[in-house]
Design a protein around this ligand. Structure first.
Ligand code: 13P
Length: 263
């Protein structure tokens, strides 16, 4: 059965003292639950964050990595470097990386291969821009993004992939996809996986929604059948808000009983 995940993408926020303070706060708000909770601090803070969260249920993950193992790539970080600071999961394909750092589906497929070759888990992000949705192209854009970066993989690779649908127009704008829009897209993604692979790949992959998720709208979005959690930006920078979102998963009505049995 698929996992329920809430991941906080801190983006380029928080130096070391701020990271320490936020992690202390997160530990205060954390409760044991069936939801997998992840935070993605900046690369400079990964080691320290991993040390601070040793033995806790919060996983520290990276925001990006390079596809090469090592070499003349100034400013870049490889999968093995991430592993050496205790990181086993990496976000790839975030729309900000695509928009500002020219990441393409082709370069992303190389990163995907490198992460999987290194035994890492990937949170793979994709999503349409506003103009695509206005032109009713959102489904074909998303299908292309998934297809070009992931469909060269064997079905078994999807055990180590979490998908994150983040409509670009909803990121940091305060505007969310409506729960129905999110459900429609997540269902479409699952169907695309059935067609390319099989029902069990589609059923087992977690599909997160990202884009202006807040404590006030999380429960409604997470109550949709095909929404398995969230990738959270702004609201992940406040521990109380972040855990209100995590806890919204357990109270969302579509979750199986064991997900409601949170201590
Ligand atoms: P916001 O939650 O700030 O809209 O950001 C979403 C996001 O980009 C997470 O990766």
């Amino acid at each position: 059965m698929r996992k329920h995940v809430v991941a906080g993408n801190w983006k380029m926020n928080n130096d070391i003292p701020q990271t320490e303070a936020l992690i202390q706060d997160l530990k205060r708000h954390a409760k044991t639950s069936e939801v997998e909770v992840m935070i993605a601090p900046s690369a400079t803070n990964l080691w320290h964050a991993s040390e601070l969260l040793k033995g806790s249920d919060i996983e520290v993950i990276a925001q990006n990595m390079h596809f090469a193992e090592n070499g003349a790539f100034t400013g870049e970080i490889s999968a093995s470097m991430l592993k050496s600071v205790g990181v086993k999961t990496v976000i790839l394909g975030h729309s900000e990386r695509r928009a500002y750092y020219n990441e393409t589906d082709k370069s992303l497929s190389k990163k995907v291969n490198s992460a999987l070759d290194n035994g890492m888990t990937i949170v793979f992000c994709f999503g349409e821009e506003l103009q695509d949705r206005k032109a009713d192209m959102h489904q074909s854009v998303v299908k292309d993004q998934i297809q070009s970066a992931l469909f060269h993989l064997d079905a078994s690779a999807f055990k180590n992939i979490i998908l994150a649908y983040e409509p670009v127009w909803a990121i940091g704008t305060g505007e969310t996809a409506s729960p129905d829009q999110a459900q429609e897209m997540h269902h479409f993604i699952r169907n695309t996986l059935v067609n390319q692979y099989n029902q069990s790949v589609a059923d087992d992959v977690s599909i997160l929604y990202g884009g202006s998720v807040k404590p006030s709208n999380a429960k409604e979005i997470f109550s949709k059948q095909d929404v398995d959690g969230g990738l959270i930006g702004g609201a992940a920078l406040n521990a109380e808000d972040f855990f209100a979102i995590v806890n919204a998963i357990s109270s969302a009505s579509n979750f199986p009983l064991e997900f409601n049995a949170i201590s």
